[in-house]
Write a protein that binds this ligand. Structure first.
Ligand code: RP5
Length: 165
């Protein structure tokens, strides 16, 4: 079982490192590719149609601007598709958010937020989908959530100490 992380351009990759790291931290195999709904439409469809046979269960699709990548992938698969809108200038990602989230009925794309949280949440959402049929992964997600809570508690303790309370 693995995840495909697709991006419309190599210029997106820097902001997707957190997605790759989050998947790696949960031991989820991930293959990443630059594939564009506009620049490589035939190659994209060939990839999506062949991916299931290789064990790809969830598609994560990051694109900016007129972001049609996730929608086109969702049109060619019955697997879950999660869109990651990239926050590019000049519109700061609102363009990509609307293009990704406003899918017509019948072609679902789950869309995460614009900005730093989006790529991480896309990875975690994919993990939660895979964990429905993977108890070991479900346990790792419990540990992830507990670890996150511990980190916040430690930050609060540090803040209280700095404030002398
Ligand atoms: C989108 O266009 C890509 O996902 C990227 O966010 C944006 C700009 O691409 P480049 O011009 O940097 O290749 O399709």
């Amino acid at each position: 079982m693995s995840v495909a992380l697709l991006m419309g351009s190599d210029s997106d990759m820097g902001r997707l490192e957190s997605c790759v790291q989050t998947l790696a931290g949960l031991d989820i195999p991930c293959e990443a590719h630059v594939l564009s709904a506009h620049r490589t439409p035939d190659r994209l469809v060939e990839y999506v149609e062949a991916a299931g046979a290789r064990g790809i269960k969830v598609f994560l699709c990051a694109a900016g601007g007129a972001a049609h990548l996730a929608g086109v992938v969702a049109a060619h698969t019955d697997s879950p598709v999660i869109g990651i809108p990239m926050d590019n200038p000049p519109l700061g990602g609102l363009d990509a958010l609307l293009a990704t989230v406003q899918m017509p009925g019948g072609v679902p794309v789950g869309t995460v937020g614009v900005g730093a949280g989006g790529p991480v949440n896309a990875a975690l959402l994919a993990a939660r989908i895979l964990a429905l049929s993977d108890e070991a992964l479900a346990a790792k997600l419990v540990a992830y959530r507990e670890s996150q809570a511990e980190k916040v508690a430690a930050k609060d303790a540090a803040l209280q100490a700095r404030l002398g309370r």
